[in-house]
Structures are given as C-alpha cells and as structure tokens.
Ligand binder design. Structure first.
Ligand code: HEM
Length: 148
C-alpha cells in the first residue's frame, strides 16, 4: 500500500463519516427527538449529543484538511504549482478552487453552528446548510478527479 493510497483512503473514509453523520442526525436523531416519549428530555439529549457530535465533526474536518493536503502532496503538486495561476485554470485546479471555497464555507457554518447551539431552530437550519455545502464539496471532489 502506498502513502498516496492510504491518504486517499483516509480522506474518503472521513468524508463518508462526516456526511454520513449529518444524514444520520437529520434522518434519525431529529425525528427521534420529536417522538412524544422523548420530547420532554429533548433539550438535554440535544445538549449531550451535540457536545459529542461537535467534537466528532471537528475531528473529521481536521482529518479531511490534513489528508486533503497529503493527497495534493502525494499527487506531486508543489507549492510552486499552487502559486501559479495556470494550475488554478486547469480542470483539476478549477474544481479544487471551488471545492476549497465550499470547505471554507463549511468551516464557517460549523463554527456558527456551535455558537447558536442554544437556539434549536437556527442550529437546525445551519445543520441543513452545512449538509448542502458538503454535498457540493463532494460534487467538486468527484469532478476534480474524474471530470464532469
Ligand atoms: C469537507 C471537506 C472535504 C470533503 C467532503 C472531501 C471529499 C473528497 C472526496 C469524496 C474525494 C474523492 C473524489 C473521487 O475520488 O472521485 C476527494 C478527493 C480529494 N480531495 Fe477532498 N474533501 C474535502 C476536503 C479537501 C481539502 C481541504 C483538500 C485540499 C487541501 C482536498 C483535496 C483532495 C484531493 C487532492 C483529492 C484527490 C485524491 C486523489 O488523488 O484521488 N479535499 N475529496
């Protein structure tokens, strides 16, 4: 197994964990919290689950950022290329550029999510925005490697 393989493997696994956990939250945790039997304890469950979920989210994002950089390095992409405009005009560079803009947006949305945790309505809209942004990232990730 090469370092490149390991890096892409970890990157894709972290992307699955990151996006999978958001789907799980929206499709399982949120409806469960609306269940009458749990409704009374919902604020407490949200607070406790949110604490662990928040940590998990930051760890997966960190793994994505680190392995994203090692993917670039293993592909032989140098600082010289990254600081050259022609790289960012290539198909790969353009898709990577778009992807990084959305990664930055996800980081801002995740940080905002932590700040507004007290307001459930705002937190759930931000959760939906983060999921949407992440799906756009996957779109650019796939088009970056495989073309559209
Ligand atoms: C939320 C953040 C991210 C997500 C969800 C994500 C997702 C993905 C996915 C699903 C792939 C596989 C695409 C395919 O094989 O068709 C991929 C590949 C890649 N990603 Fe990311 N990524 C993220 C962040 C980053 C960052 C921050 C960088 C760079 C600093 C990066 C650089 C790369 C590179 C270079 C590849 C190509 C790997 C290869 O050579 O096959 N990613 N990403």
């Amino acid at each position: 197994m090469t370092l490149y393989f390991l890096s892409v493997y970890l990157h894709v696994t972290a992307a699955c964990a990151w996006i999978g956990s958001m789907f799980f939250f929206a499709a399982v945790v949120v409806p469960a919290l609306r269940n009458r039997e749990l409704a009374e304890h919902a604020p407490l469950v949200v607070r406790i689950v949110g604490k662990y979920y928040g940590r998990f989210g930051w760890v997966t994002l960190a793994v994505l950022l680190v392995t994203g950089c090692t993917n670039l390095w293993a592909r032989g992409i140098t600082w010289g290329q990254l600081s050259d405009g022609t790289f960012w005009n290539s198909g790969f560079g353009l898709a990577l550029g778009h992807k990084l803009v959305f990664v930055a947006a996800v980081i801002v949305a995740t940080a905002a999510h932590h700040v507004v945790q007290g307001s459930r309505k705002r937190a759930s809209s931000l959760g939906r925005v983060t999921l949407l942004l992440s799906l756009v990232i996957v779109y650019y990730a796939v088009s970056m490697v495989r073309g559209i």
